[in-house]
Write a protein that binds this ligand. Structure first.
Ligand code: ADP
Length: 178
């Protein structure tokens, strides 16, 4: 499914964030230490190999809501943007910190002159953020940025299951078609 907002193409797909070969930067749902872990960070670091940890180590630790960018060794993308989402029920204010991840990632993509960015559903796995609320926060944060994007023309969400994709479609329909 796809939406348009201020000339920006918003796409929703089911898939694996490491398999987005038509996207300039993929976003990692990182941990503070920017190391391999479970979920998205595990998949990205396994695909990228030790070269990635050599690049992330000097940038760590990062704080909830922050984003940093590296190259994308052994992946089909130009860059990886590592975002630390809030741990639900611990890092507050949760909505603001989650929105900061999306805003910060888009700022880094703009600064690098990138055309396309793909996000996973940050914080909705090990960090326990309720999926529907996370989808609302994420879509509102990106919608609010669309008016100021110049180089970024495409933003994709890569959801790991059909259930997650359908839930996002429902939320995005209400936000982007409001
Ligand atoms: P966090 O620690 O920020 O919660 P996780 O990586 O645990 O991050 O999970 C974030 C979301 O990404 C979850 O909804 C999870 O199902 C999903 N996910 C896990 N692996 C992948 C992958 N390879 N590609 C896309 N999404 C994934």
């Amino acid at each position: 499914m796809a939406f348009q907002a201020n000339g920006i193409e918003i796409e929703l797909t089911r898939g694996d964030i490491t398999q987005q070969d038509d996207i300039d930067a993929i976003v990692n749902a990182a941990n503070a230490e920017l190391r391999i872990g479970g979920g998205v960070a595990g998949a990205i670091h396994r695909a990228a190999g030790p070269e990635l940890e050599a690049e992330t180590a000097p940038l760590a630790p990062i704080k909830p809501g922050e984003a940093v960018m590296t190259s994308a060794p052994n992946l089909p993308n130009r860059h990886i943007i590592h975002c630390l989402g809030p741990v639900y029920g611990v890092d507050e204010p949760a909505d603001t910190l989650l929105a900061n991840c999306y805003r910060g990632a888009l700022d880094l993509a703009e600064e690098a002159g990138l055309e396309s960015v793909a996000f996973p559903a940050i914080s909705t796995g090990a960090f326990g953020f309720p999926m529907e609320r996370a989808a609302e926060v994420a879509s509102r944060a990106v919608l609010a940025k669309t008016g100021e994007l110049e180089s970024v023309r495409r933003v994709r969400w890569v959801l790991f299951s059909d259930e997650d994709r359908m839930l996002h479609e429902g939320v995005f329909e209400s936000i982007f078609n409001a």
